[in-house]
Design a protein around this ligand. Sequence first.
Ligand code: SF4
Length: 328
Amino acid sequence: MGTHHIIGLSGGKDSTATLLVALARLPKTSIQPVFVDTGNEQRQTYVYLDYLESHLDIPITRLTPDFSQQIAEKRRFIAQDQRTGRDKRGAKLRWSNRRKREALAELHPSGNPFLDLCMLKGMFPSNRSRFCTEYLKKDVFVDFVDDLTHPGQQIIVWQGIRREESEKRKNARLFERVGPGFYYFRPLIHWTTADVFRFLDEKGVHPNPLYAGLGRVGCAPCVYANKKDLRALFALEDGPAILNRIREWETRVSACSKTGRAAFFHGKELAGARLGEVHPLVFWDRHRIDAIKHWAEKPTRFNAGDWDGFEPALQAASACSSEWGLCE
Ligand code: SF4
């Protein structure tokens, strides 16, 4: 058996450049680009993947996370929950009968992995609880690679990460042995952002059009979106549709939450309003998507310097740029 080269593709510039480097060096038959679909992608990213597939004449493997089994288990847990006692905030551990009824009515696989994961968790991911990258990207990709691993088969996962991206990556190695017959290869570690765009241009491949409007590729929206990202997102042609979708998701995830409330951007801590510091109604009202849109678009006394003034180091550390090259 030969060596199999897997490229985690996000639709972003770095993973696309990585794929192009692989195609320049290796026979096409040994390369497998893999895209993991969170269900919360930008429409343009799907279009871009189709473009890459036909322009480069290489099939892209698309993986979709499936949480049906975990949802069935969670349903059983909620239905049978008879716990006594309280959590550290003093709230009862047991699901109330009303919350049980509402959760069991809503908690079914929807066919959208992002929504299913959030309904399963009863909340949206945030900077304090970033479960999306792990469950929607990393685990799915790792399981896929594991299934390909056989004795005698050598697998190299190409990662489009660059040392200049963040502190965490400044010592990234070019080549790394992960286990028997399993390696990481990072051909872009010394590249700059300008190098990446120049390389795409030289290869005659245009970057994802999202770079023109949003400046980055990722979920629509990403829980790390800053004020500028959100303004740009809602100004897109798809902006109203995205707003409606997130509004609907907030209703559905709320129904699956033990508190009966959930907001996509609950981790933004607007005006220092962490849950517990202000009345819950104020907290949720301030964080639901319509309030977030309003907040992002209109200057208020709460937004001076907030988000836009996000420290660059913090921004780099929190941006979703999985090392697998699955989102940028
Ligand atoms: S792009 Fe953002 S929301 Fe999507 S998986 Fe990455 S961190 Fe999570």
